[in-house]
Design a protein around this ligand. Structure first.
Ligand SMILES: NC(=O)c1ccc[n+]([C@@H]2O[C@H](COP(=O)([O-])OP(=O)(O)OC[C@H]3O[C@@H](n4cnc5c(N)ncnc54)[C@H](OP(=O)(O)O)[C@@H]3O)[C@@H](O)[C@H]2O)c1
Length: 331
């Protein structure tokens, strides 16, 4: 109750920011503290909603932005609107469908061939599907897009991030955009083979499972990065509830009656992008890794999301699946 009132009132937490802080406010002084003009960020899902706002604000702070998109026309419109506000912004568009392993491989080899550094990777794209759909790799679409796609993307870009951080001495940052909904998943409903090919599909459950997997990915990769002393961190964020495409598309996820109540909790898109931008640029969180943030402050994730053995198990299962599939010849 106290937390809800704090949220509604936008009371600032220990970081000095709260639920009502916008992405612009949270990055206002960052450009003076980190040389953001030297930074390059990849932001998935930047053709809409929270991702577009994240790209706009980071570009305004001087960060070079790579927008991977499955619809390059839509991405070109986003680029144009950002350049109207920030004519100096450097924005590169490349094709990527996160639900396809082949497309991720193509994107990574295109990006790496540009010879650019990589400081920030924002795994923001997200999908909610009411109906059971399968990716071209024959994996349930929500899990394939939200979790497996970002896992493979991160794997393929990680060495570039480690190398960039070592060369220029600025910590690399990976951000997984998760959701508070990750905490709805019960342990017995988190089974890898079922998530790949569910028997009784439920869209809300599939979405929540993928968002839990995003946090477990953070936990295990943070552990591995610390163990190898890499100057790269990874954290998860919950952006808040924002009326973007992902919400608008789902009657049933939030029904009309619940929506009325939920509307009191809605954030603007710029408030929704603030936690991501804070974790991407703030010098205050330098060195923090494996954490979960909400309303621009470190927060608590569920017990299951904090379970190290669950995170390691999911990692092993994911790697085995991805590398088995990548070795298969294309048909
Ligand atoms: N909105 C909320 O209340 C809320 C709450 C908690 C967490 N989140 C999380 O916040 C993130 C951003 O969501 P949003 O609210 O901004 O949603 P959104 O407006 O629907 O944007 C989703 C983005 O993901 C991209 N995307 C979807 N499938 C893709 C694929 N296969 N390959 C490449 N890109 C793909 C979309 O591209 P297209 O333009 O091509 O469709 C779009 O750019 C998501 O991870 C979501 O789970 C949102």
């Amino acid at each position: 109750m106290k937390e809800t009132l704090r949220y509604l009132a936008g009371v600032a937490g220990p970081s000095g920011y709260g639920s009502k802080t916008t992405a612009e406010q949270v990055t206002e002084h960052c450009s003076f503290l980190v040389p953001s003009h030297d930074l390059t960020a990849i932001i998935t899902g930047a053709t809409s909603g929270i991702g577009t706002e994240t790209a706009r604000v980071l570009a305004k702070r001087g960060v070079r932005i790579i927008i991977p998109a499955r619809d390059l026309k839509k991405a070109a419109e986003v680029k144009e609107s950002i350049r109207k506000e920030s004519p100096e912004a450097e924005i590169i568009l490349l094709e990527l469908d996160l639900s396809s392993f082949a497309s991720i491989k193509r994107f990574c080899s295109q990006f790496l061939s540009l010879g650019l550094p990589l400081n920030i990777l924002i795994n923001n794209a997200g999908k909610f599907s009411q109906k059971l759909e399968f990716s071209e790799d024959k994996i349930e679409m929500t899990f394939a897009t939200n979790y497996l796609g970002h896992f493979l993307l991160t794997e393929m870009l990680l060495e570039k991030m480690v190398e960039t951080a070592a060369q220029i001495g600025i910590q690399g940052r990976i951000i997984n955009v998760s959701s508070v909904v990750h905490s709805w998943v019960k342990r017995d409903a988190f089974c890898f083979s079922q998530m790949l090919n569910p028997k009784n599909y439920n869209g809300t459950r599939a979405y929540a499972q993928s968002k839990l997997a995003n946090v477990l990915h953070v936990k295990e990769l943070a552990r591995q990065l610390k163990a190898r002393n890499a100057k790269v961190t990874i954290n998860a964020v919950h952006p808040g509830i924002v009326k973007t495409g992902i919400i608008r598309d789902h009657k049933g996820f939030i029904t009309d009656s619940v929506f009325f109540i939920a509307s009191k909790l809605l954030k603007s898109t710029s408030q929704g992008a603030s936690t991501t931008c804070y974790v991407a640029l703030s010098p205050e969180i330098e060195g923090l890794s494996g954490k979960y943030f909400a309303d621009c402050n470190e927060s608590c994730c569920s017990g299951l999301a904090n379970d190290e053995s669950e995170a390691q198990k999911l990692w092993r299962q994911t790697q085995a699946l991805i590398y088995r599939r990548l070795r298969q010849p294309a048909v």
